[in-house]
Design a protein around this ligand. Sequence first.
Ligand SMILES: *[C@@H]1O[C@H](CO)[C@@H](O)[C@H](O)[C@H]1NC(C)=O
Ligand SMILES: *[C@@H]1O[C@H](CO)[C@@H](O)[C@H](O)[C@H]1NC(C)=O
Ligand SMILES: *[C@@H]1O[C@H](CO)[C@@H](O)[C@H](O)[C@H]1NC(C)=O
Ligand SMILES: [Ca+2]
Ligand SMILES: [Ca+2]
Ligand SMILES: [Ca+2]
Ligand SMILES: [Ca+2]
Length: 143
Amino acid sequence: MLLLLLVAVLFSGCLANELEPYNLTAQQMFLANDFNGDGKFERAELDLSFYIYDSEPLDGIISRLEYTSYINKTTPTLYNLSHELYDLYDIDNDNFLEKHDYDAFFKLMDYDENSWISEQEFVHYWGILLESLGHLIDVGGTK
Ligand SMILES: *[C@@H]1O[C@H](CO)[C@@H](O)[C@H](O)[C@H]1NC(C)=O
Ligand SMILES: *[C@@H]1O[C@H](CO)[C@@H](O)[C@H](O)[C@H]1NC(C)=O
Ligand SMILES: *[C@@H]1O[C@H](CO)[C@@H](O)[C@H](O)[C@H]1NC(C)=O
Ligand SMILES: [Ca+2]
Ligand SMILES: [Ca+2]
Ligand SMILES: [Ca+2]
Ligand SMILES: [Ca+2]
């Protein structure tokens, strides 16, 4: 999930520091992934945000290869980052993203354990994450 919005930000700016401030980027990601616009990021919306990466085979499971090659095709500058994100999502480290991985990843963001992610929870989680992974974005040797 979520790289889609990073992609949009990068295309408009083309520099890694366009992702800063990271909390603002995280906020935009929240808005983009709250598909029904009710101010809550819900478990079903997490599934939706990953749907796009499922290609070959089209089986509801996203392998590391499916995920990272999609990124490499669409935004090669995010290729390294895509591996780190995949590690994060693939909670049991078996190189396949499945329901139990999404369940566990969702819980990581749901600090108050009320089964939906508020904008505040989302921005908190992704703000920290982007800060720690931002250096992996390939900005063409300028940074
Ligand atoms: C981002 O962080 C800055 C500095 O802490 C703060 O002033 C700003 O309101 C935050 N923006 C969002 C969208 O959280
Ligand atoms: C990324 O895509 C390029 C161009 O399609 C390809 O040459 C390269 O092998 C790919 N790299 C990886 C690591 O998938
Ligand atoms: C991506 O990974 C390759 C191989 O580990 C490394 O050579 C390259 O510098 C990395 N790029 C970025 C932007 O971190
Ligand atoms: Ca929602
Ligand atoms: Ca698949
Ligand atoms: Ca897994
Ligand atoms: Ca919550």
